[in-house]
Design a protein around this ligand. Structure first.
Ligand SMILES: C[S@@+](CC[C@H](N)C(=O)[O-])C[C@H]1O[C@@H](n2cnc3c(N)ncnc32)[C@H](O)[C@@H]1O
Length: 366
């Protein structure tokens, strides 16, 4: 197993300006596409079909790539479930590094599944793809197993939360405040209400709380009031309403709008409920010694992951932390990452989205 070296990052594009996925702001990005070096964890950035144009259409730089793959090193042979397969970057690196592993990729976004299918085609027979969501993961794993005709144990689950670059970059989907489009924001257009529809039904208190939870404490009430009154139907409508509600002096370009868009996206896609559903069933899917890895990009998500993993480790123990356990609680495993793993300075330089990433890993007791 080979470690990722700096020289593996051979840039084939000029430094350019890209939008940060965590903030949707313009940031300088020093590299977007990589060549594959022998032993590199990086696949070509996009599918080979269609060449560079295709790659640019659906390029997503996987965050904490080496860390994610390395944390799966101790797991035995079997199946790894990539519950957020996206453009297939993490799945590619796992399959490339571990010939004894098969991957079931899950995503609720059809565009992501198309990209993953193309990118992971070289691993046919070891990779299966399922259209599903966290809240139906047990059934999705069963479907993936059937496609692979495998009864191997599930030795790993990966969830790289949030939104992918293409979801933001395809302006018509309404995720980005930088492109005028209907105010949609659904990862799966067959489910859920659009952001515009959500704003027709949500109460003032609920919307205020949603904005506060996303760090917009100062103007949450004021923003919620104008958003409900204005009934925005497009991303531009919403940006105008937000701009109009914030005093000029506090209007750093895109700053407030990025939080408002993130808050709405999380609500439209029920991202916190979905994460809770994933955490609830993960341990029943994993085999003893298996690992769950979660990358969060938002403090609310990270807090949920951290507290759940800690609870699992303690097994519901009620004894004072300074004394040995006498209450009979049984630990479900251990937190592998005492503190969340974060991106290195060089990764943040290459990929500004990684700045907010927090990786936590839990290992099920053997
Ligand atoms: C950050 S991207 C994953 C990128 C991927 N790890 C890679 O390396 O290319 C997150 C993906 O998860 C998907 N997703 C988010 N929430 C989901 C859920 N609850 N169920 C299924 N897929 C979900 C999104 O559609 C998106 O494609």
């Amino acid at each position: 197993m080979l470690a990722l070296k700096e020289e593996d990052h051979q840039t084939i594009t000029e430094p350019r300006t890209m939008r940060s996925l965590s903030t949707d702001r313009e940031e300088r990005n020093s590299s977007a596409l990589f060549l594959v070096s022998p032993g590199s964890l990086h696949s070509p950035a996009g599918p080979s079909v269609g060449g560079l144009r295709m790659a640019q259409e659906f390029t997503h730089q996987s965050v904490l790539l080496e860390e994610v793959v390395t944390e799966f090193d101790p797991v035995p042979s079997g199946l790894i479930v990539d519950a957020t397969v996206g453009a297939g970057g993490h799945a590619w690196a796992i399959l490339n590094r571990r010939p004894d592993i098969m991957v079931i990729g899950i995503d609720r976004d059809a565009a992501a599944r198309k990209a993953a299918t193309e990118r992971l085609a070289p691993f046919a027979g070891r990779f299966s793809l399922v259209a599903s969501r966290f809240s139906d993961i047990a059934a999705a794993v069963q479907r993936g197993r059937e496609q692979l005709a495998s009864s191997a144990p599930v030795v790993g689950i990966l969830a790289d939360l949030g939104v992918s670059s293409p979801q933001l970059d395809h302006g018509h989907r309404g995720f980005s405040f930088n492109a005028d489009a209907p105010l949609d924001m659904r990862m799966d257009p067959d489910h859920d209400a659009t952001a515009a529809q959500l704003l027709e039904t949500i109460s003032l208190d609920e919307l205020t709380q949603l904005l506060r939870d996303n760090g917009e404490a100062k103007y949450a009430r004021r923003l919620a009031t104008v958003m409900l009154a204005g009934k925005p139907q497009t991303t531009s409508d919403l940006v105008d309403l937000v701009d109009g509600a914030i005093p000029k002096g506090d209007r750093r370009r895109g700053h407030v709008a990025s939080r408002v868009f993130q808050a709405l996206r999380i609500a439209v896609n029920q991202e916190l409920d979905e994460l809770a559903a994933l955490l609830e069933v993960s341990l029943s899917i994993l085999t003893p010694g298996g690992r769950l890895e979660v990358i969060s990009y938002h403090s609310g998500e990270d807090a949920m992951v951290k507290h759940t993993m800690r609870e699992w480790e303690l097994g519901g123990c009620t004894c004072p932390a300074t004394l040995p356990c006498v209450c009979g609680a049984t630990s479900k495993g251990r937190c592998v990452t005492r503190r969340a793993v974060v991106a290195s300075a060089s990764e943040i330089e290459r990929n500004p989205r990684s700045r907010s990433a927090r990786l936590r890993t839990f290992e099920v007791a053997s």
